[in-house]
Design a protein around this ligand. Sequence first.
Ligand code: PEP
Length: 265
Amino acid sequence: MFLVANWKMNMTRSLIDGYLDVLAGRPMSGLLERKRLSVALAAPHIYLDYVNREVHRRKLPVQIVAQDVSTRTSGAFTGEVGVPNLLDIGIKGSLIGHSERRRFFRETDEDVVAKTGLCLNGGVVPIICFGESRPDRENGVTLETLRSQLEPVCEEIVRAREEGIYTPFYLAYEPVWAIGSGVNAGLSDIQEVVTFVCEAFPWPDPPNCLYGGSVGLENIRELASSEFLSGFLVGSSWLDPNGLLNSAELLPQTERTAQEGVRFK
Ligand code: PEP
């Protein structure tokens, strides 16, 4: 399974040091190997290089990913960070289309597609977030919303594969109403969505689907029992490194790796 901690706009260098010290103080490699887990930390852009260096210095078995990337490659786009910038400091993955980007920064489905394409082309693994809002769910239009978010993403991935680009990708189902709310989606809702996503679009390779939205120690074991999930994207409860490690401890031992993912007919 693939575990991604989304730090959002949190952390300082001293908090990062403390976080990594906690990870280094526990026998992490053995735990990850035993449970077949990969871990990534999604750090704010300004700390990516620092966290990456510190992780290497401590020989921690975690990857560092960005929380977002620009729709542009380079040029006069003040404040933006492009795929080449990430690659320049050794960052090989990025969240794309997190609901907070869509909601607070008006990121559109078109932006998400553009970012996905640039990541795939550049060899940066996109972790593409999607999910319905509460009104979508209440109005019974969840699957329509997911279709409009993911259909063009799938087309972009097909385009990349046709051009001989094989950068892996992840999908992260994050119902907007579940993020930071303390209420997670139920297993049957997750199963319905993941099955829909896998069957409704012509993915060139079977998607690995993560779930995010109020995951914590109290529910991760039950959520992990779903054979439809390849991992978790977690905000609040993994801002504490012990939350991340204790969650990992609760996960069942599995033969499945995030890379293998779940195959759907
Ligand atoms: C997120 O930010 O992607 C997230 C799932 O947050 P939380 O775990 O706090 O709901």
